[in-house]
Design a protein. Sequence first.
Lengths: 189, 113
Amino acid sequence: MQTSFRELITALHGMGFGAFFVFAFSGALIELYRIFAPERSSPLSAGERKGLRVYLVAMVLLGWSAVLSGAYLVYPWYRAHPPAGVTDLAGYPQRILMASPMTSGWHSLGMEWKEHVAWFAPIAMTMVAYVFITYGADLSRHRQVRKAVFVFALAAFGAAGVAGGVGALLNKRAPVQGGGIITLMEGKK
Amino acid sequence: MSAEPAEAEIPNGAAAAAILAAGAGCFAVSMLAWLGDAFPAIGHFFIFYTPTGPLSGVTTTAIATWLLAWFILAKAWGGKTLPMGRINAFAFLLLGLGLLLSFPPFGDLLQGK
């Protein structure tokens, strides 16, 4: 059972940081909705507020880890140009996609969209976490602030969903691979 | 027996600064990416880290814009109570324009591609 270094880092980027970040929105949006619409739900207790503070900070760390690992570790492997004369494009995902009009849209639309919109999510969630930590229970007195926090959290969820979904589909069509081989375990013959 | 005095409300200035700066940061990502795509010289300028290409400069500059806007607005608005409705409207406009501009077919349309 083997994998390559690049596959492992790509999995860490997408299935580690990215997927956990997207999944975390389910809990965050429910709790933020309770704050956004206090008349329709029970108020958060002091313990729940403390828990949500930790949860949001963890989300911010996951979000930034996802975009930074994507931009500075995985993306360079994705966009690498093959040296002259190389015909096997296995280690050059962008070139594989651009080689055919049937797949070039995965780069020109998919990657071009993902690589920029993804950054909206950690920027928005950093603001959401900051406002929640700064205001705490006092948010109940600021209806417009609650509204902005919820709208930005929804936008962050959408942006992270686009980035994660497109990333997963792109990696199926033109996987990032190569680098050193890592043997995880040896199977029986 | 008198009721406990209510805690003083925290002014909304700090939140307003963070919200508007977040909108500006999101818009900056898309606007700078669009400029880099539309004008090759700008795209080349944004290559801060060669393996990542223009994306490195676009996002670094956008993050710097976001944090600088946040710092300046927080300094100016901290401790103040502001008309949040108008600030929200502007922040949502920046966020919406940023989302729209990040979608490649829309950016291409503006470039006449």
